[in-house]
Design a protein around this ligand. Structure first.
Ligand code: ATP
Ligand code: MG
Length: 256
């Protein structure tokens, strides 16, 4: 882990912070979904949550970002009690989120999508940050005048990641950023995520497709099943086709 990088990546913000969830319960209406979920992400770490459809991965992200009420347990980011602050305040703390359903504005150009994250800044500061981001994502540079709605799925995900990164977050949560993409495009988005960590930003990455491509770039993995999160393990230990099949599809798995 690289604490120094994490601190210098966000000048002016407080030092690198760990995310800690302890015994978190959450759900919809009368329906409990998450049961006692405990999880940690250290500064500049890439941590994955994997699990089958309907396991509660997106519910975990929504709860973390204050879009669903915390029903039990605690969530902290550094010294901040996330259970006590608004969803909007999370952005000020340096927490960014790309939801599964995407977060781009289809009618706006790529450039204006990036500007939306910087509405509070002056036009000059906006253009400086946008140009820096376009340099980091050269493919977006070429597309800067295109409307987001005309982009391919992979390009839209790239724009969503760039839009989240433009405010220089210290923590980035990504809900299935590679699902539905061709393998070569998956590799491009993986490279983007690795670059995010190289800036010192920690990443919580929900993976549902292409785990064999994604996991080599992850430090630790948690498996979520029916709202229950297991202990984390080194990502390298999950790099086994049969084990992953069992994890995602509940297929019986007997190792020799
Ligand atoms: N708005 C909602 N109201 C009621 N139940 C919901 C709602 N959203 C999700 N659920 C239920 O909560 C459970 C967990 O859903 P969630 O979307 O968190 O799963 P997931 O692991 O993200 O699945 P996927 O891999 O398909 O994205 C599912 O049983 C789902 O049907
Ligand atoms: Mg989901």
């Amino acid at each position: 882990m690289n604490d120094e990088a994490a601190t210098s990546a966000s000048p002016g913000k407080s030092p690198a912070s760990s995310l800690v969830l302890s015994d978190v319960d959450s759900g919809y209406g009368d329906l409990p979904i998450l049961h006692g979920v405990s999880l940690e992400v250290a500064p500049a770490e890439i941590v994955a949550v994997i699990g089958p459809n309907g396991a509660g991965k997106s519910t975990l992200m929504k709860t973390l970002f204050g879009l669903l009420a915390l029903r039990g347990g605690t969530m902290t980011f550094g010294d901040e009690d996330l259970g006590q602050i608004s969803a909007a305040r999370r952005a000020e703390l340096g927490m960014a989120y790309v939801p599964q359903e995407g977060s781009t504005f289809p009618e706006l150009t790529v450039y204006d999508n990036l500007a939306v994250s910087l509405l509070r800044e002056s036009t000059l500061t906006q253009s400086r940050h946008i140009n820096e981001m376009l340099e980091s994502f050269p493919a977006l540079q070429e597309l800067r005048r295109a409307r987001a709605g005309t982009l391919s799925g992979g390009e839209r995900q790239m724009l969503a990641i760039a839009s989240a990164m433009i405010s220089q977050p210290r923590f980035l949560a990504l809900d299935e950023p590679t699902t539905g993409l061709a393998p070569s495009i998956v590799q491009e988005r993986i490279a983007d995520i690795v670059a995010v960590r190289e800036r010192g930003t920690s990443v919580l990455w929900v993976i549902e497709e292409s785990p064999m491509l994604c996991l080599p770039h992850v430090d630790r993995v948690y498996v979520l099943n029916s709202g229950v999160l297991g202990p984390s393990q080194p990502a390298a230990d999950m790099l086994d086709e049969e084990l992953l099949q069992a994890t995602f599809f509940g297929i019986d798995h007997h190792r020799e």
